[in-house]
Structure formats: structure tokens, C-alpha cells
Design a protein around this ligand. Structure first.
Ligand code: PGA
Length: 243
């Protein structure tokens, strides 16, 4: 099991320090735990978490290796600050920054090349779910990454995040999530026999009181947690639920 926190663009130095102190006091858990933090804080976070049971990561990386790309962050830069993970293809990047399936696949490739584990996000909008195209959408999104990575798909983490459940308090039911996770699992296995070990996280309003039910599903291997990762007690409870 893996539980990854996604802090998004929240907080400040003092608040992050307090949050990490509380999490370190609550660790370890039987699940692997990571926090994906805003890039300017990576040095602070690395110093705070070095030698602890909690890993850290970035929230995005460039599709380029290096060069004249103002404002972008290379995967190698994240690696230099000790990141283990980097989120790629979060729905906020896809929607607000127009990231395409192929761009997300290139980012996943750059992450692997830099020695990071990409957490590849897929998920349908409410309109797509209502239209009955959920399976088509997530298969297309994951398929682009499989096409780019080939058998290296076995090295990624996948996160299923239905867009309508992100930050809305409206969680997918365990059965709804499990059915998409099973589809993603089958898609991964068709791509590579080695992909049996790929962790598929659920994300979208994971909270302390619904995490255990979600994590009990056979194809849910942990969570990508936004809002609840900003509260130490809530995040610790979610990590605890991923036993
Ligand atoms: P949420 O966000 O837990 O606040 O819904 C999840 C995510 O966007 O990764």
C-alpha cells in the first residue's frame, strides 16, 4: 500500500514544518507514505524528512530534460532534492494547463529517466461519467503512458482520480472505484506481465472516515490524498487505514 499526500498550492513554511513534525511523530505505518509538496519547499521538506519513514515528491515535472523553459522544473531537479515520487497528469494540470495524454506520457518518461516514480493520474469528468465513457477515457489516458513506456509501465504508480470527486467531498463508492481499478489492472497486465505489482491508488475526497472501506477493495492499493493531507491527524489516520 502507498498513501501519497498532495499538498497542492497550500500552506506556508511554518505550517508545513508543524505538519511534518506531527507526521513524523505519528510514523511509521505499515504502508509506504509520501508527501508531494510545492517545489519551493523541497529543500525544507528534504531536511525535515531525511532519515524518517516518510518520503517526499513533486507535484509535476517538465516533459523536457533541461533548457530554456521558464518556470518549469526538470525531473532531475526533483531527484536532486531527494524526491522519490512525482505526480504527473493530475486533472488540475490537464484541465487548467491543457496537458494532453501524450504530454503526460512524456513527463512520466522523464520522471523514470531521472530515477523518480511517476504517480500517473487518470480519471473522468462528471460529464464523461454521465455519458458512460468512463472506461474509454481512463483506458485512453493510461494507454498513452503505456505506449510511451512499454514494459517500463511496471515501474509507475497509477492514481485513479474521478474529477467529480476531487475536492468536492463526493467520494466514489468503494464499488465504483473498484470497478475502474479492475479495468486499469487488466489494461496494465495486457501491457506487461511485470505490471502485476503496479500500485493503483484511489484519489478524490479520501478522508479518515472513508479510507478503510476504499482500501479494502482488492484492486485499491492506497490513496492520493489532497485536502485531508494538510491535517496531520486526518492524514495519519488515513495512513493507518492503509494497513
Ligand atoms: P482531494 O484531492 O483529496 O482534496 O479530493 C485529491 C487530489 O486532487 O489529488
Amino acid at each position: 500500500m502507498l498513501v501519497a499526500g498532495n499538498w497542492k498550492m497550500h500552506g506556508d513554511r511554518a505550517g508545513h514544518g508543524a505538519l511534518l513534525s506531527a507526521l513524523k511523530a505519528a510514523a511509521p505505518w505499515s504502508a509506504e507514505v509520501s508527501v508531494c509538496v510545492p517545489a519551493p519547499y523541497l529543500g525544507d521538506v528534504a531536511a525535515a524528512l531525511q532519515g524518517s519513514d516518510i518520503a517526499w515528491g513533486g507535484q509535476d515535472c517538465s516533459s523536457h530534460v533541461a533548457g530554456a523553459f521558464t518556470g518549469e522544473i526538470a525531473a532531475a531537479m526533483l531527484a536532486e532534492f531527494g524526491c522519490r515520487h512525482v505526480i504527473v497528469g493530475h486533472s488540475e494540470r490537464r484541465t487548467l494547463h491543457g496537458e494532453s495524454d501524450s504530454l503526460v506520457a512524456e513527463k512520466a518518461q522523464r520522471a523514470l529517466d531521472a530515477g523518480l516514480v511517476p504517480i500517473v493520474c487518470v480519471g473522468e469528468t462528471l460529464a464523461e461519467r454521465d455519458d458512460g465513457t468512463t472506461e474509454e477515457v481512463v483506458t485512453r489516458q493510461l494507454g498513452a503512458v503505456i505506449d510511451a513506456l512499454g514494459t517500463r509501465i511496471a515501474e509507475v504508480v497509477v492514481a485513479y482520480e474521478p474529477v467529480w470527486a476531487i475536492g468536492t467531498g463526493r467520494t466514489a463508492t468503494p464499488a465504483q472505484a473498484q470497478s475502474v481499478h479492475a479495468l486499469l489492472r487488466a489494461t496494465l497486465l495486457r501491457a506487461s506481465v511485470d505490471a502485476a505489482g503496479v500500485r493503483i491508488l484511489y484519489g478524490g475526497s479520501v478522508k479518515a472516515d472513508n479510507a478503510a472501506q476504499l482500501f479494502a477493495q482488492s484492486d485499491i492499493d492506497g490513496g492520493l490524498v489532497g485536502g485531508a493531507s494538510l491535517n496531520a491527524a486526518d492524514f495519519a489516520a488515513i495512513c493507518q487505514a492503509a494497513a
